[in-house]
Design a protein around this ligand. Structure first.
Ligand code: KDG
Ligand code: MG
Length: 402
């Protein structure tokens, strides 16, 4: 069996997605996601100019060798652009393997370790009462785990929070929006938020929170300590994560579990975090972590050190990544939780899929391969539109992590 064609599809049904479609001489094709939010065309070009010419003629079953060919063989290892491109190739090849063997991809990754995948949703509001109402609505939808973000009094706009009636979307068209930030106001307010949520909704729901890389290690330590009475499922991205040893400072002070990794793209971003047991959940997912092939190795390493997965699943990760993640989550032993930020209905139309949500859990479905497709007629109707993630500045104007 041989790869005969590979095509990059860039479209924007409400937001941008980059998809790789690989065809074989037996008429079977596979899909991979290569979306890197706000930098989509860089990955598309990397695939078209450098990868696709070297893919043609290869056997799609050779996922390990093809992955190493583009990783070791590129000389320029790692980095989000390279690894997202590599992930798309790898996902598409696993999809083909499953279709050829007429079995869901989870069966190729170890089979079913569980029947259902617990997911967490987003509840956010501009103030406390709106946020509590959002939590209530998501409980009604059946979610068992909820990420809670709220507007902070005195800060004009806060990460993850949008005006009532709007949906939070992590990129906007036009030049980047700038938000402002005060660590002091944030740290003073968030424990009150979780105290109010526990008072109103009790102890049974899992509560999560994303600090979005904005604290220093000692500030994150204070955060973790102060929310301990409300036993969060996790605090996410407490600090900017380039310095893995930062997490030791946080760990030394608090028992609040830590999740990190949505911007990681290699095991070398988290090797110390895992082997020194400095985190509890790893968020590096299939698309930005280089594909199913390397993530399997990372997950197996993490299993040894009691670190579980908690894959990133915001709307900028396409339904192709969601499908791959759900097959992966079904198979591995150390699955923790999966983020679920539902796509707009139009996105689901462009990418028809076998996976589904029911009563707080998601299911990969039993179709051969990843159980995902793309509607080429619809794709052409929604061309790429440049969009950026926002920037963030401290109140005095200093650039800060968004
Ligand atoms: O592209 C960036 C978003 O996906 C990210 O900001 C969302 O932090 C995020 C999350 O946890 O979903
Ligand atoms: Mg996050």
């Amino acid at each position: 069996m041989k790869i005969t064609e590979a095509k990059v599809i860039v479209c924007s049904p409400t937001r941008n997605f980059v998809t790789l479609l690989i065809r074989t001489d037996e008429g079977i094709y596979g899909l991979g996601d290569a979306t890197l939010n706000g930098r989509e065309l860089a990955v598309a070009t990397y695939l078209e100019e450098y990868c696709i010419p070297c893919l043609i003629g290869r056997n799609p079953f050779d996922t390990e060798d093809i992955w190493q060919y583009f990783y070791i063989g590129a000389y320029w290892k790692r980095g989000p652009v390279t690894m997202s491109a590599l992930a798309a190739i790898d996902m598409a090849l696993w999809d083909i393997k499953g279709k050829v063997l007429n079995t869901p991809v989870y069966n190729l990754l170890g089979g079913k370790s569980r029947d259902r995948i617990m997911v967490y949703c987003h509840a956010n509001g501009t103030d406390l009462s709106q946020t509590l109402e959002e939590v209530h609505q998501h409980l009604e939808m059946g979610y068992k785990a909820i990420r809670v973000q709220t507007g902070i009094p005195g800060i004009a706009s806060t990460y993850g929070v949008v005006a009532k009636g709007e949906k939070y979307e992590p990129a906007t068209r036009g030049v980047p929006h700038e938000s402002s930030w005060s660590t002091e106001k944030y740290l003073n307010f968030i424990p009150r938020l979780f105290s109010a949520v526990r008072d109103k909704f009790g102890d049974d729901i899992h509560l999560l929170h994303d600090c979005h890389h904005r604290l220093t290690p000692i500030e994150a330590a204070r955060f973790g300590k102060e929310v301990e009475p409300f036993h969060l499922f996790w605090m996410e991205d407490p600090v900017s994560e380039e310095l893995q040893e930062s997490f030791r400072i946080i760990r030394n002070h608090t028992t609040t579990p830590i999740a990190v990794g949505e911007i990681f793209n290699s095991v070398f971003d988290c090797n110390r975090l895992i082997t020194e047991q400095l985190i509890d959940y790893l968020r590096m997912t299939i698309v930005h972590g280089g594909g199913i092939t390397p993530l399997q190795k990372v997950a197996h390493l993490a299993e040894v050190y009691n670190v579980r997965t908690g894959f990133h699943g915001a709307t900028d990760l396409s339904p192709v990544t969601m499908a791959a993640a759900l097959h992966f989550n079904t198979a591995i032993h150390n699955f923790g939780i999966q983020e679920h930020m539902p796509h707009e209905p139009l996105v689901d139309e462009v990418f028809p899929h076998a996976y589904y949500f029911r009563d707080g859990f998601m299911y990969a479905g039993d179709k051969p391969g990843l159980g995902i497709d793309i509607d080429m007629a619809l794709v052409d109707k929604y061309p790429y539109q440049r969009a950026y993630l926002p920037l963030n500045r401290r109140e005095d104007g200093t650039m800060w992590n968004w």
